[in-house]
Design a protein around this ligand. Sequence first.
Ligand code: GCU
Length: 351
Amino acid sequence: MRTRARSSQAIQRGRVGGHVLLLLGVMLVVLPSLTACSKEKAVGAPKTRELRLAHNATTTHPVHKGMADMAQRLERISGGAMKLTIYPSEQLGTEREVLELLQLGSLDMGKVSAAKMESFAPSYEVLSLPYVFRDDAHCWAVLKGDVGKEILAAGEENSLRGVCFYDAGKRSFYTIDKPIRTPDDLQGLKIRVQESPTAMALVEALGGAPTPIPWGELYTALQQGVVDGAENNSPSVSDYKHYEVAKFYTLNEHTAVPDVLIISTHTWEKLTEQEQAWLQQAADESVDVQRGFWKESSDAALAQIRAAGVEIIEPNRQPFMDKVRPLLERYRSDPQVADLLDRIEAVESSD
Ligand code: GCU
């Protein structure tokens, strides 16, 4: 109980602080970057190109570690000519707010879930559809191949250029006090989802009532019973201590939505060709390193969730797959989605 109260207070403090810090963050981070741009014009290209990257994970999360690796590589590869500063834990806002800052050109880079990109580039939605990948090897062959590259490029017309995907494992349901053993158990339950039409449609197809809430507000929403449960991968459930409030975790693994690193096209177009190449190389090289961090931490996270007294349920996935089939058929009636899904299916697993 004491731990729960302490963590909850800490998270509350973090959230309140987060909102105040958002404003301060925009003043301290974004405004200097705008002045820097104008100075740059007056005195020529700066010696060190400094970029700022914001995201919503903690610094112990494997996706943050992947980006920290990228930052080190970038500095090394560019011989110190480029530097990346990372702002974690929603310091500069929710994922939606980060994407808006990127569109304005007030922030250089951001990491979001691919689900959040759907409203800016529709082709991202296939990545949020259920049971799209046969296994990890298939998923990564798709993400690193032509389909993945095409999706990354699709945000450009909205100023959001995708740089690379990062592993965000598989998403599964967790609930406060009602165990989910079959899809029927979701009937009528309020389930927090990301701000993504496909995630909403998915929970609806399974009989639940989808409730979009920003990630940083979810602990409190669970604690206050605003929702009955949520869905995510084990490192995220563990890092945000949602196991303190949700006592059942059902590994039905309905989606494998990756994370995606985005650069504002306003920043990208300011970089020299050499700088663009360094940045892309550092990002590409960090992907496999990040996947390694993911593997290490997802098992440890699951063990931590179990140790906290959460019942881990390993259900038969077939009834979940059967129940979402009509949803997949509905999406397939859009020829562009059907084409992407066919191409994804045709990709051979590579590793
Ligand atoms: C994952 C993902 C985050 C996202 C979160 C969510 O943790 O990595 O980028 O914000 O899910 O469900 O909102």
